[in-house]
Ligand binder design. Structure first.
Ligand SMILES: [Zn+2]
Length: 183
């Protein structure tokens, strides 16, 4: 059974179905943006990109739903400023401010969708999507062990082609659950 078929089987059990992701086109777009010096997160911050559904913004961070989610409810949280070093570019207090927001967002996401385990991780690349960001990704119940963790997050295993309406409804639910002010 190929990875996509496995992903379909898994997600059928979890209530979602993954479809193949066009990695080659995605990589091309990301590299072209990097070469042009364009940052998709800065574009969202500046209001130049309205395709991403923003769930939260304050004077420190912005958080939005993943445009090509591998798990329902996947969000990215990033500082408003364009910084690329996940720890080196932040003083300890600045980092803690962001992590309090990751915590708050994580609690909202885990309440918004059925979540067996919440994944939080910072990836990114200097060759594309360099702006520091944290993925906040909820694993639904019922996914077999081998298809959890990295396997659940990899676009090589497909993504959830959710409608704009489904994503908008998810975004509203998450925003509605962000009810605790961080310190
Ligand atoms: Zn940026």
């Amino acid at each position: 059974m190929c990875a996509i078929q496995r992903a379909r089987k898994t997600d059928a059990m979890a209530g979602d179905e993954k479809v193949p992701f066009d990695l080659a086109s995605y990589e091309r777009r990301v590299h072209e943006n990097a070469q042009r010096g364009t940052c998709f997160i800065c574009a969202i911050v500046d209001g130049e990109d309205d395709e991403h559904l923003v769930v939260w913004r304050d004077d420190v961070c912005i958080a939005f739903l993943a445009k090509f989610p591998t798990l329902r409810g996947c969000c990215l949280l990033a500082p408003l400023d364009h910084r690329t070093g996940v720890v080196d570019d932040f003083a300890e207090d600045e980092y803690a401010q962001l992590q309090r927001r990751v915590h708050r967002l994580g609690r909202a996401v885990a309440q918004a969708v059925p979540t067996e385990r919440l994944y939080v991780l910072s990836l990114g690349s200097r060759d594309g999507n360099a702006h520091v960001h944290w993925h906040v990704a909820p694993l639904p119940p019922g996914v077999p062990y081998r298809e959890q963790q990295y396997a659940a997050l990899m676009h090589e295993n497909g993504y959830l082609d959710l409608s704009r309406q489904e994503q908008s409804s998810l975004a509203s639910r998450i925003t509605g659950l962000l009810d605790v002010e961080p310190a």
